[in-house]
Design a protein around this ligand. Structure first.
Ligand code: NAI
Length: 462
């Protein structure tokens, strides 16, 4: 039986064509193939990947393979897979389990399948922390905390708990074995990184972790410039609505919020921002955005986007007050930023995949994108290749470090050193014709750095 689950393997040829184009826009990954393709530093590694199965991720997967890794893959979101990308990867012989529009049950089943190497995996490459959570939660249940599975509080928990029970019944002791043979995890996103620091605080992280998100060349690029291009792309593909002149509210002005506000204002929308952090609120105001409370604009704005990584941002009482045909979407990692569960007993009309019209008791309707899941990947194709190259170059460097040097680390969360961050940026300059100036020795001495870098102290914030 084929060791993959994709929508249609016949899409592989289309996927391959787009993959070939993406490679020309992903210079960081291609440079790593050139630099390490012969020495194969990932030889012997068996990597479970849980990250949006897109064309860009396909280039990441093939880079890991060129560097010697054995790889199995699942997507980290039920709507983010690009079926032609998954097909191309399956065709290349890498087991992948991902379909755009899979159910929550399938999400956890596919994740479980991505762990099924003959000898088990030894590394996790995670986005949002689901792969890490699956193993660590299962291991805790196996090791005397069965009550953890007693009261699921969400559809998400019902699905993951069911999958854990199924795996425990089929292979007793499996989670503990997996936990003990994983040598490390690299984590892609803000929300997954929160989960890792939380595990460390509770003394529950059993292996070292590399926080890829907080490489400067990740969060200050992907989260910001990536969303700047992909947010409005998602809204347009979903709704074809005229953006210019509309009033859009962006909840949260962190890296994703900054990119999202720029995306909307670049399209001509009049953007307002909500924040809880005075520093980010001041940044938003000084970038020219009105900073408001959601309740003050909820009945007059046209578009609402959550970017906080926090829960219950747009609540049922807000949606009930919105004007007819307001567009509501989320670009943060999880769908709990919008209280979608509270809408379940309302009248839903499906317009097309990942676009629903929901009628409020008052008769007014909202358009909900991707059922509240991250809309740039649900309604469009996520960030462009170039910016994902920077993110994924950090991912590959993190995997190499964990595999070749993991024993040097404690069970804590680490960020890649600044010289590697600068290397990632440097690998992306030629593609866009950037000519870097060079320091003289005297200048380097004067500002206290070396001619080769790093060019900034650790405390510098970019
Ligand atoms: P961040 O921490 O830089 O920004 C979040 C902001 O939301 C913070 O400034 C915080 O003060 C604010 N916030 C928190 N609670 C709030 C509330 N109740 N009301 C208003 N503002 C509030 O995080 P970042 O990097 O911007 O990531 C945000 C989310 O987006 C995370 O879940 C992350 O994983 C996800 N993400 C999604 C991407 C995508 O392509 N869809 C790409 C990168 C990250």
């Amino acid at each position: 039986m084929a060791d993959y689950i994709v929508k249609d393997i016949a899409l592989a040829e289309f996927g391959r064509k787009e993959l070939n184009i993406a490679e020309t826009e992903m210079p960081g990954l291609m440079a790593l193939r050139d630099e390490f393709g012969e020495t194969k530093p990932l030889k012997g590694s068996r990597i479970v990947g849980s990250l949006h199965m897109t064309i860009q991720t396909a280039v990441l997967i093939e880079t890991l393979v060129v560097l010697g890794a054995d790889v199995r893959w699942a997507s980290c979101n039920i709507f983010s897979t690009q079926d032609h990308a998954a097909a191309a990867i399956a065709q290349s012989g890498v087991p992948v389990f991902a379909i755009k529009g899979q159910s929550l049950e399938e999400h956890w089943d596919y994740l479980d399948r991505s762990f099924q190497f003959a000898d088990g995996p030894n590394l996790i490459l995670d986005d949002g922390g689901d792969a890490t959570l699956y193993i660590l939660l299962g291991a805790r249940v196996e090791n005397g905390e069965p009550e953890l599975l007693d009261v699921p509080t969400s559809e998400e928990e019902i699905a993951v708990f069911a999958q854990i029970k199924k795996r425990m019944a089929e292979t007793p002791g499996w989670f503990t074995q997996m936990r003990d043979q994983i040598v490390g995890v690299s984590e892609e996103t803000t929300t997954g990184v929160h989960r890792l620091y939380d595990l460390v605080k509770k003394g529950q992280l059993p292996f070292p972790a590399i926080n890829v998100n907080d490489s400067v060349t990740k969060s200050k690029f992907d989260n910001k410039y990536g969303c700047k291009e992909s947010l409005v792309d998602g809204i347009r593909r979903a709704t074809d609505t005229m953006m210019a002149g509309k009033v859009a509210v962006v909840c949260g002005y962190g890296d994703v919020g900054k990119g999202s506000a720029a995306s909307l204002s670049g399209a001509g929308a009049r953007v307002k921002v909500t924040e809880i952090d005075p520093i980010c609120a001041l940044q938003a105001a000084m970038d020219g955005f009105e900073v408001v409370r959601l309740e003050d604009v909820v009945s007059t704005a046209d578009v609402f986007i959550t970017t906080t990584g926090n829960k219950d941002i747009i609540r049922i009482e807000h949606m009930r007050e919105m004007k007819d045909m307001a567009i509501v979407g989320n670009i943060g990692h999880f769908d709990n930023e919008i209280q979608v569960a509270a809408l379940k007993n309302h009248k839903w009309t499906n317009i097309k995949d990942q676009v629903d019209m929901i009628e409020m008791p008052s008769g007014s309707r909202i358009i909900l994108l991707s059922e509240g899941r991250l809309l740039n990947l649900g309604n469009a194709t996520g960030h462009p290749s170039f910016v994902m190259s920077a993110s994924f170059t950090n991912q590959v460097l993190a995997q190499m470090e964990l595999w070749t040097n993991g024993k040097a680390y404690k069970n804590d969360v680490y960020i890649l050193p600044k010289h590697l961050d600068e290397k990632v940026a440097r690998l992306h300059l030629a593609r866009i014709g950037v000519r870097l100036s060079e320091l003289s020795k005297e200048q380097a001495d004067y500002i206290g750095v070396t001619v080769e870098g790093p060019f900034k102290p650790e405390h510098y914030r970019y």
